[in-house]
Design a protein around this ligand. Structure first.
Ligand SMILES: NC(=O)C1=CN([C@@H]2O[C@H](COP(=O)(O)OP(=O)(O)OC[C@H]3O[C@@H](n4cnc5c(N)ncnc54)[C@H](O)[C@@H]3O)[C@@H](O)[C@H]2O)C=CC1
Ligand SMILES: O=C(CO)COP(=O)(O)O
Length: 347
């Protein structure tokens, strides 16, 4: 069945997911807030800044008119950076309020809102409410646009409280190179997605400083313990963190040269300043803002997150990475057990 899908955000991931949907036979409109990017996509079928060298299908239509993009859409996919999710959801609400439309919302962004510490599905539903959204499905897992665009094998998760909606999204995106699993733990999937970016900055920094494989494996494993601790405090199932959106995404983001978060950490480890790294990347590095949100949450909820705190100190307080590593290694000895949410708050 051909579905009408609006994709909001034409960066590397939004334009790639839009391409998957076009190739799966759907009628897709890609919304961007930049006219030159829409023109480039429509006329040259390229998106050089975000996906250099990649050729998009001619059927992919881009527009800067949000109303045109979402007109008659069965589903609307958000793939904008976390910091503009609320803004774009508000703009969408104003448009949907003029119609009787109540599309399914999907999002594939990864982060937490600074200040409120809300997950992306919470922000979108707070703005749209059930009046304008049939439901919400989260698409997440180990997936880099550069590899999906090449039709390399990728497996991700569609998570929703409504399993039929997750299965609908599974059908929309599934093909012979992209396999989708369903999951009903929205909190676990979204927290895993957001916090792995913070740990990936740390993994990149270790690489940039020349640390070995043991150190990287240690960071990923103890990083996952922190992610699970915070996620469980939110109400996530611990098992979700050993799935695609948990350890799967942590592995890819902590090891892939495609990862903007890993590359950010690597450059910091090599001595670049955060300002330089952000300027040179020219794409979103979600782990920076998420680190701030995660640090604030750990303080507010009294959850022990030593690695996140060390990365926060480096990013926001100008701390020396090697000194932060020495402090982490010098902490009191402890048990490895992650524990349940009720046991993990600091006394
Ligand atoms: N790139 C990837 O491989 C993956 C990215 N993600 C997530 O997807 C989200 C988006 O990431 P990318 O596409 O990589 O980012 P990007 O940095 O490549 O592109 C972001 C896009 O958002 C657009 N944008 C910014 N503000 C906007 C607004 N107000 N209205 C409309 N568009 C706006 C920008 O013009 C740009 O095209 C992030 O949360 C990221 O963590 C998730 C999985 C894979
Ligand atoms: O989420 C991603 C991989 O699953 C993309 O990671 P980066 O944002 O670090 O490139």
């Amino acid at each position: 069945m051909t579905e009408k899908i609006a994709v909001l955000g034409a960066g590397s991931w939004g334009s790639t997911l839009a391409t998957v949907l076009v190739e799966n036979g759907h009628d897709v409109k890609l919304y961007t807030n930049i006219q030159a990017q829409a023109d480039e996509l429509n006329e040259k079928h390229t998106n050089e800044h975000y996906m250099p060298g990649f050729k998009y299908p001619e059927k992919l239509y881009a527009t800067t008119d949000l109303e045109e993009a979402v007109d008659g859409a069965d589903a609307i996919l958000f793939v904008v950076p976390t910091k503009v999710i609320r803004l774009v959801a508000g703009q969408l609400k104003d448009i949907l309020a003029k119609t009787n439309a109540r599309p399914l919302i999907i999002h594939a962004s990864k982060g937490l809102e600074i200040g409120t510490h809300k997950r992306i599905s919470e922000i979108i539903m707070e703005e749209l409410t059930e009046r304008y959204a049939k439901g919400i499905v989260v698409l997440s897992g180990p997936s880099h646009a550069e590899e999906v665009a090449k039709k390399d094998i990728t497996l991700i998760t569609a998570a929703s409280n409504d399993i039929e909606e997750a299965e609908y999204v599974q059908d929309l995106f599934s093909n012979n190179y992209l396999r989708i699993y369903t999951n009903d733990d929205v909190i676990g999937v979204e927290t895993g997605a957001a916090f792995k970016n913070v740990i990936a900055i740390g993994a990149g920094a270790l690489h940039g400083l020349g640390y070995g494989d043991d150190a990287k494996a240690a960071l990923m494993t103890r990083g996952l313990a922190e992610i699970a601790r915070l996620g469980m405090a939110f109400g996530a199932s611990p098992l979700t963190f050993i799935g695609l959106s948990g350890v799967g995404d942590l592995i890819v983001t902590c090891t892939s040269v495609h990862s903007r978060n890993w590359r950010c950490g690597n450059a910091l480890g090599q001595g670049k300043s955060l300002d330089e790294v952000v300027r040179d990347m020219g794409m979103v590095i979600e782990g920076i803002n998420t680190c701030e949100a995660a640090y604030q949450l750990s303080q507010q909820e009294h959850i022990d997150m030593p690695i996140t705190t060390a990365i926060y100190n480096v990013l926001f307080k100008g701390a020396d990475i090697k000194e932060e590593i020495a402090d982490l290694m010098g902490r009191d000895s402890r048990s490895e057990i992650i524990g349940h949410a009720k046991d993990i708050r600091r006394k």
